[in-house]
Design a binder for this molecule. Structure first.
Ligand code: NAI
Length: 387
């Protein structure tokens, strides 16, 4: 089967997330990396693309040049998927322009800055018949998919409570307030309405929805800027309610000194509880009601088909974040191929967070900001088009 053509915008040399995309996209043999506008400095972007093996005429200086150079290419050469891995404030403009030309997209989170922008991409996805995926890459972990499968098949009974955390300590040093790599994150002109909730909180809130199989309907938020020079929050607590009746608690922080990545999910149901941590992604702690706590290992016999198909190397060998991203890329390749061939995609591939998930997250961030400004008043977070 011919490989799909893949291009990326952003994710240049030294970027945080570019390497995980490059690994994730190519590891399963579904895509060739054929075009890119990888850096905001044009010469750096072109040079890095060339270093990665991209042909000179498809190594672009910026995304507008890339769109002009790619939009009229014939089938077979045309890009099947474009990843947008640039800073948040640029996602909307780039995504809208590429969607107008009918490209499938994988957009980094948050999908957009404003709810109206999210609504626009959600509408364009349908209008253009394109795939718009949002990189909630942690939903690609085999054991996160297993948690989702356990909830769906009823192992926990009704899910009573979900506790989601994404609390790291990497912005704890008050003396770092002027560090340019940190300062922009707390500057509303560059970061938008929210810092840690838009950056990290949305990951664990998405994961709560993904695993529980429910959407978040309303929330009450408490934000804090624990370093006084910061205009945006560096710590937040969000209580939320889901549309299937589950109660949710989310803590997200950038000042949890001593914590590294800090993404965790706990799910408590009527007949069992389970816990997962991003720093040990190959295990779930599972406690059935009245039983002992067991460790479920990625790769062991008897896991769900969802976990098995997301797993590559044998039990006992770590699989980490780039391979979780690879599962999204792999599922997307099936969705894109099915669309191109006019057939129904393999249902198992339909786990990729889409524009609806992206829009719901953006609406959630804005609802949290509003609630926090209003002393934690319970606030609806369903976007207008999905109400
Ligand atoms: P970064 O600052 O480390 O890298 C950004 C890259 O984009 C750089 O190579 C820069 O030169 C390039 N760039 C900037 N503006 C550009 C433009 N207009 N055209 C082309 N290239 C441009 O940023 P980082 O941390 O890699 O974040 C990028 C995106 O990925 C953000 O939206 C962030 O929220 C998201 N992210 C997602 C993660 C996940 O787990 N899904 C984890 C970390 C970041």
């Amino acid at each position: 089967m011919a490989k799909l053509n893949w291009g990326m915008i952003g994710g240049g040399e030294g970027s945080q997330i570019g390497p995980a995309h490059r690994l994730g996209a190519v590891i399963d043999g579904h895509y060739d990396f054929v075009a890119g506008a990888l850096d905001f400095v044009p010469e750096k972007g072109r040079a890095f693309a060339a270093q990665l093996g991209i042909a000179g005429d498809r190594a672009y200086g910026d995304w507008k040049e890339m769109l002009a150079g790619e939009k009229d290419r014939p089938a077979g050469e045309r890009l099947d998927l474009v990843t947008i891995a640039t800073p948040n404030s640029t996602h909307f403009e780039i995504a809208e322009a590429f969607l107008q030309e009918g490209f499938n997209l994988l957009i980094e989170k948050p999908m957009t800055m404003a709810v109206e922008e999210g609504e626009r991409l959600f509408a364009l996805e349908k209008e253009k018949g394109c795939r718009v995926a949002v990189n909630y890459g942690y939903s690609g972990y085999a054991m996160v998919r297993h948690m989702r499968a356990m909830v769906a098949r009823g192992d926990l009974g009704k899910v009573r409570v979900v506790v989601a955390e994404f609390a790291h300590g990497h912005h704890s040093d008050a003396a770092d307030a002027d560090n340019p790599r940190i300062r922009w994150r707390y500057d509303p002109a560059q970061a938008g309405v929210s810092s840690i909730v838009a950056d990290c909180g949305i990951h664990c809130l998405h994961m709560a929805s993904f695993v529980a199989g429910q959407n978040i309907e309303k929330l009450s938020a408490d934000f804090a800027s624990t370093i006084s020079s910061r205009e945006l929050e560096d710590d937040a607590l969000i209580a939320f309610r889901m549309d299937g009746g589950t109660v949710g608690r989310c803590w997200t922080s950038a000042v949890a000194l001593g914590r590294q990545h800090g993404l965790r999910l706990q799910v408590f149901g009527e007949t069992g509880g389970m816990a997962w941590e991003q720093e040990h992604p190959n295990q779930i702690k599972w406690t059935p009601l009245g039983g002992n706590t067991e460790i479920l290992e990625r790769g062991q016999a008897g896991l769900s088909p969802e976990a098995d198909r997301a797993s590559r190397v044998t039990q006992g060998h770590a699989e980490g974040m780039p391979l979780a991203f690879a599962n999204l890329y792999s599922d997307l390749s099936e969705l894109i191929r099915a669309d191109a061939e006019g057939r129904t995609p393999d249902a198992a591939a339909d786990l990729v967070p889409d524009a609806e998930a992206g829009l719901r997250s953006v609406a959630l961030v804005h609802a949290a900001v509003k609630s926090a400004a209003d002393d934690g008043v319970w606030t609806n977070c369903v976007p207008p088009s999905l109400a």
